[in-house]
Design a protein around this ligand. Sequence first.
Ligand SMILES: [Zn+2]
Length: 433
Amino acid sequence: MNCNILIINARLLENPGSGAITAQGFVAVKGRMISQIGQMGNLPKDFKADKIIDAAGCLVMPGLVNGHCHAAMTLFRGLADDLPLMTWLNGHIFPAEAKYVSKDMVYWCSKLAAAEMILSGTTTVADGYFFEEEAARAFREIGIRAVAAQGIIDFPAPGVPDPAGNIEAAGNYIAAIPADDLVTPALFCHSLYTCSPRTIQVAKQLADECSCKLFIHVAETRAEVKNHYKQYGITPIRHLQKLNILDKNTVCVHCVWLDAAEIAILAKTGCGVITCPESNMKLAAGVAPLADMLAAGVTVGIGTDGCASNNDLDLLGEMASLAKLHKVTSLEPTSMPAGTCLRLAGKEGARALGFAGIGSLRPGMQADIITIDLNQPHLTPFYNPDILVYAASGADVKSSIIGGQLVLENRRLLTIDLEETMAKVRSLARQLA
Ligand SMILES: [Zn+2]
């Protein structure tokens, strides 16, 4: 057996959410894929590996999928906290973006976000912002798998001063992103309150022509739904359906304020939904009807949202928030089990983003693998993987492989100068202080 990377002596969590663990296992990686997996006793005697990772004391599992982020917003982390969504957006974030978002800013701040995500177990991120080609460049360089979506908005935006050119700019963006396995281009219409129905329709047409995903924030706050109804006489989800926007290539982010008929629409059309519990909690947006969506068969993933409204990009922490938020809201401790959170932050999130080969450890799947150091007081003893949701944090992630490339080893990032990146972001932040 020849392979590039061989992980040995590991506890294997092959299908997060199923609970089954292989006590003493190995995973072989060849090229970008997992080539073999099994128990140490079955490791072929003639194996040859370029790199061996001894994962004794570690849990080895598929990398996590962050279904919604605005990576470059690391610059605005902690800039304006404890505000209602519209005050936060119109009074702080949009003005700061108009003034400080540049190509340089997007590149360095996305790089910092990618570093934070890799250090906390994320191996795939769906991002949406302006100057997204710079985010794509940062993601490719650091080696994180990404769906990188160019922002579309009917106002003057960074890189697109005339909104009349926003769709043309989006088309140019998709054409300019080199096709590779790691970074997939997509489009991101900010919302129904910042994009006209016509803009969203044309963007969807472009997305379909280019076979790419269209993301949109929708039904995030009660006021948004109320105002939309007042303006158009229809709720946002029904409106999107009427405009023929909803299908399996559309991803609706937030979906907090839905009625039963809208949940049925999301299930029927097959579009993906990304829930962002910490962002929704921090902006007091509300609690998404997740249990109802899952019961109806909606494909749901978890996102951190931008870290200006979170304020971190740690998906392990996000899973804990998700589980506890839904329990306390429903007053029902069985309403959001840890296993469900693990599925949403992995295989289901990947499915919402259109990736079939991500989210479990088996031959033929992408080699997106993380190791978690269980040799920690707060992770002792280890009875089952639920502890990942209720006691682990991103800081417990020890190593990470993405698409067959080792990007994190013993908590050292191998593909980025982290000190340089943090220094660049600090110097950008000095303009805002
Ligand atoms: Zn967002």
